[in-house]
Design a protein around this ligand. Sequence first.
Ligand code: FE
Ligand code: CA
Length: 506
Amino acid sequence: MRSLGRRTFIVGGLAAATTVAWGQSARAASFPFRLGVASGDPDAGSVVLWTRLAPSPLNADGQGGMSNTDVTVEWQVAKTSTFATLAASGSVTARYADAHTVHVVAGGLAADTDYFYRFRAQGHISPVGRTRTAPAPGTAGRDLVMAFASCAHYESGYYTAYRRMAEENPGLILHLGDYLYEDAATTGSVRLHVGSEIVSLADYRVRHALYKTDPDLQAAHAAAPWLVVPDDHEVENNYANMVRNDSSPVLTAAQWTARRTAAYRAYYENMPLRPSSAPSGNSIPLYRRVQWGSLATFHLLDTRQFRDDQACGDGWKVCADADLASRSLTGAAQESWLLNGLAQRGATWDLLGQQVFWARQLDGAGAANMDAWDGYRASRARIQQGWLDRGVRNPVVLTGDVHRAWANEIKADYANPSSATIGTELVCTSISSDGNGSGSTSIPYAANNPHLKFYSDRRGYVRTTITPTQLRADFRTVSSVTEHGAAATTVRSFVIADGQPGLIQV
Ligand code: FE
Ligand code: CA
């Protein structure tokens, strides 16, 4: 499976080439770019460009209507959308074995620069995407507008929030998981999944294709480079490493291993990830750092693949086992990787892009969510103490999963509300999961959770504006996802000031 990445990997970026005019062609039935284009994981000189050839995206064999041959795909990168002068260009082979997905590492680009890109294959030209490189090492670059989101259940609603996010012209988009859901078609939904719960490689490929047929999602991919990490539903609900949480469908251990392998393979194929993130059988190397000059370090975590099983049988529990020092949400290797990265103090903002709720959150009975960091309290405490020991200036945890927006202060001791605030957590709501929402902004069990400062039950995303002196977070929501066309409005804004953990409402 490693070869899956390497074979589709080419480095571009030889100096500005001669102008190559690509004529437009009509969108015939054979048009292969029905799933759009994407880019991701930029550094100061390169970015990953992604597309997939699929004239019939929902064909049950997962091959998108392509025949069993490999196809040459040309690509171009330019500073203007006319592509009059090329900054980089080349060609790559889209392999049948990879479901005709391509991951081009377009290199030789200038730092902190906006680019346009496109592909050509089989006589057709793709839509144009916009991307951006990171600032040069040691420089802050331009202020960064970075939007983050999670949880886009296709049946629960339309992707209006993705559309509004694209319209913000962000420089970067962070996706924190539940990009797709594995469950079967459900009657009565706004729109339907195709087929049964997904298990095989073909199933996962078709599900990725279904999601990417959505024009609002395509617009968000085309608007900016993405940094992606999966959560559970890209494989199966609440799985913990090799332990399943669900009993349906019934699978043998070997079948579960094969399913995880298929899910990780399809995830890599369909995301703008670097070839270094290509899966190897039943595992996929996804935790990684993305450096944004001296402005921000993104530490992208994987809290599914290495975790201990949820304590006390998962769910909301009062559970002594959740305190066991032996329990880990990250695994030992990822924990030391994270702490070593935090020790570098390479940027003003250390942003932990990750999946599950970080701060302690108790319900009225004192129970907590065993799937979140509350089920792995020693693991959380080691990392919090780790950033204190290393003098991390501005730790900010970015979270998805819970389908509600929250803004939280991270406490040295959650049992003592007057203990120091040592960091900040911003939790995005869902793009569509759980439908329209109640609109409530009343914090659940607020008396038990004085460090949780904001809550909203609407769909949307968080728009952050990151500068060397502050990180501003605007919680953007849409009033409806069951009908098209809702506007995005800001329900609350906070600022985190450099060197001052915690939330300032603005
Ligand atoms: Fe979700
Ligand atoms: Ca989840």
